[in-house]
Design a protein around this ligand. Structure first.
Ligand code: ADP
Length: 184
């Protein structure tokens, strides 16, 4: 059983590694980015509210995302563990998650922080070419990451939950490092 949070800048490989671990450990991969992109594709109310923020590289407002996380983590399949990818992304989301996990009695064992230098992130994202992967939006996502998400590194480090992994190596090597951490 694993419960882990992936932290790291856009392009660090959180989604890729989370999906590998999700198969290996047979627990759901919960990506707020994927959930929001499906909502946009489905033109749901959530999607319509979130789209402009996503297209400009800003975080969507917390009130759109907090209920959604509570609902997702209380679904039955999340009882066997989970991998969170893209949440929490700011300090208020982290505080919300803390309370929620106490409420639902699902402590999170560890926070995996994928480290990748900026120049590598930018070239990876440009290659990926998602709708929000053009240079201007990428640059803004990195600014938003530094300002809002990076403080979470210290937040989790001070509670001895943080494990940093070198994300600037081949996919399989990153996966091997992650597995080693989770099995120790
Ligand atoms: P990346 O890791 O490449 O930035 P994601 O798929 O995690 O991509 O997120 C894409 C976009 O979805 C973000 O730029 C943001 O607008 C929105 N988003 C995802 N997760 C959150 C969150 N927890 N809070 C606010 N916005 C989010």
């Amino acid at each position: 059983m694993i419960r882990v949070i992936f932290l790291g800048p856009p392009g660090a490989g959180k989604g890729t590694q989370a999906s590998v671990l999700s198969k290996d450990f047979d627990v759901p991969h919960i990506s707020t980015g994927d959930i929001l992109r499906s909502a946009v594709a489905a033109k749901s109310e959530l999607g319509q509210k979130a789209e402009s923020y996503m297209n400009s590289g800003e975080l969507v407002p917390d009130d759109l995302i907090l209920d959604l996380i509570r609902e997702r983590l209380t679904q039955e399949d999340a009882g066997k563990g989970w991998i969170l990818d893209g949440f929490p992304r700011n300090v208020s989301q982290a505080n919300f998650l803390d309370k929620l996990l106490v409420d639902i009695k699902q402590p999170c064992e560890c926070v995996l922080n994928l480290e990748v230098p900026d120049n590598v992130l930018i070239s990876r994202l440009l290659e990926r070419g998602r709708k929000d992967d053009n240079e201007e939006v990428i640059r803004n996502r990195l600014v938003v990451y530094r300002k809002q998400t990076e403080p979470l590194i210290e937040f989790f480090r001070s509670r001895q939950q943080l494990v940093s992994i070198n994300g600037n190596q081949p996919m399989d090597s990153v996966a091997a490092d992650l597995k080693q951490v989770l099995q120790s």
